[in-house]
Design a protein around this ligand. Structure first.
Ligand SMILES: Cc1ncc(COP(=O)(O)O)c(C=O)c1O
Length: 424
């Protein structure tokens, strides 16, 4: 008889082999975490693997916002929002986010993942979701959970999307979903073109602004603000720029109210804990009042990208997500190890985070890094590469990328990603 646990053995064997050769890159324990530095294995390292782009997770005002909320409302709501889990600060955060994002209403979710899963509620039989292949896993799972069809278009390939839309029954409801700023390669979706196509094809457009809300645009409202587009619905998370945890969906009041009452990931799960809400509220205030944080992190990421390119590394995008393409799983992990030994903690990303052949080392900078730390990251890459037996085969930078406007990220545009190149 077949044992459902049988498949676990292969995974365990693989993980054990990685641990033996010190290239297991997952769940690295941080004994201490102090913004741009962390303590790993008893050594201080530069933290270049978090999504804390504005450095707010350790901002004393955000930490105090969490503590104040915990003192007033407790550690947990111990219930769903529509039961006993809506406190005064939950409602305040929803209202303030709606204003911040320029939408009629917003509803909180326990995580960005659950905010995206809520989209499944919109997908009945006879509907189809059209999704960029590089979308976050939570958007993929939302499509799988819904009762409708699921078509995936090649990353950033709107010609492919158009063909898929045109080949679909005209009576079918259509939802286009895309990340705003793609989480692994750091490029952005072409929202004006997507919105136009959605309009022509009678589709609704949802943009996941997990990585760009708080970071991009003169007011930090994300890719919709940068590109002057109002999607039908926006989703986002507090686990990146907001230095907290939790998710949000924002749009027209009727749509938001429908999701509040029907989305299973919101209705059948305990509400966002008050400390997370308090931290997000404090972060929102900082995001609204301190645009210089955005300018700083965009400037630092441009410095990092330029430094890496000058040393011949292949990278892409304009955002604080700086991918360094290695294009091989084993080499990617070896590079991760060498970088950690050189005092820099990054992420090694392979399938399913990126497609096979698109393996990359993901470096992320924050507003708390110094210019010297950014230069030290580049120097560590050079030393790490020198230790690689295959270094001669390491891809080098082949394309120039658009310069970022460090004022507000406004020059960010959809960049042809490695994935698009691979998929032709
Ligand atoms: C694009 C994108 N959407 C959604 C999520 C999920 O957010 P959360 O961490 O709040 O569950 C992530 C997190 O990695 C993400 O990168």
């Amino acid at each position: 008889m077949r044992d459902v646990f049988a498949k676990i053995q292969a995974s365990t064997t693989r993980a054990d082999a990685m641990k033996r050769d010190r290239t297991y890159p997952y769940g690295t324990v941080l004994a201490e975490r102090r913004g741009p530095v962390a303590v790993v294995g008893g050594r201080e390292v530069i933290m270049a693997s978090s999504n804390d782009y504005l450095g707010l997770s350790v901002d004393p005002r955000v930490v105090e916002g969490a503590a104040r909320a915990a003192r007033r409302y407790g550690a947990s709501c111990t219930g769903a929002p529509i039961m006993n889990g809506t406190t005064g600060i939950h409602r305040e955060l929803e209202e303030r986010l709606a204003v911040f994002l320029g939408r009629e209403a917003a509803v909180l979710a326990p995580s960005g993942f659950q905010a995206n899963l809520a989209l499944a509620t919109l997908l009945g039989r006879g509907d189809t979701v059209f999704a960029d292949r590089a979308n976050h896993a939570s958007l993929v799972d939302a499509a799988r959970l819904g009762f409708g069809g699921h078509r995936r278009y090649r990353h950033a390939d709107l010609g492919h999307l158009r063909r898929l839309l045109e080949a679909t029954d005209p009576d079918c409801g259509r939802l286009i979903v895309t990340d705003g700023l793609f989480s692994m390669e750091g490029d952005v979706a072409d929202l004006p073109a997507l919105k136009r196509l959605a309009g022509e094809q009678g589709a609704r457009l949802v943009v996941d602004c997990a990585h760009d809300m708080g970071l991009l645009g003169p007011n930090g409202r994300g890719t919709p603000e940068v590109q002057g587009v109002a999607p039908d619905l926006v989703t986002a998370t507090f686990s990146k720029c907001f230095g907290s945890v939790g998710g949000v969906l924002a749009g027209d009041r009727e749509v938001v109210d429908f999701l509040r009452h029907h989305a299973r990931s919101l209705v059948f799960s305990a509400a966002l804990p008050p400390p997370s809400v308090g931290a997000a509220l404090a972060a929102l205030e900082i995001i609204e009042s301190e645009p210089e944080l955005r300018e700083r992190v965009l400037g630092l990421s441009a410095r990092l990208r330029e430094g890496l390119r000058a040393e011949g590394f292949e990278t892409a995008g304009d955002a604080p997500i700086v991918p360094v393409f290695v294009r091989d799983d084993e080499r990617c992990r070896a590079m991760w190890r060498a970088l950690l030994d050189e005092g820099v903690l990054v992420n090694a990303v392979s399938s399913p985070g990126v497609p096979v052949g698109g393996e990359l080392v993901r470096v992320a900078v924050t507003a708390r890094h110094t210019g010297e730390q950014v230069d030290a990251i580049v120097a560590a890459f050079v030393r790490a590469r020198a230790q690689m037996p295959w270094r001669a085969a390491m891809p080098s930078s082949s394309e120039s990328s658009p310069k970022v406007n460090s004022q507000d990220g406004s020059s960010l545009r959809a960049a042809p990603s490695a994935q698009a190149r691979m998929e032709g």
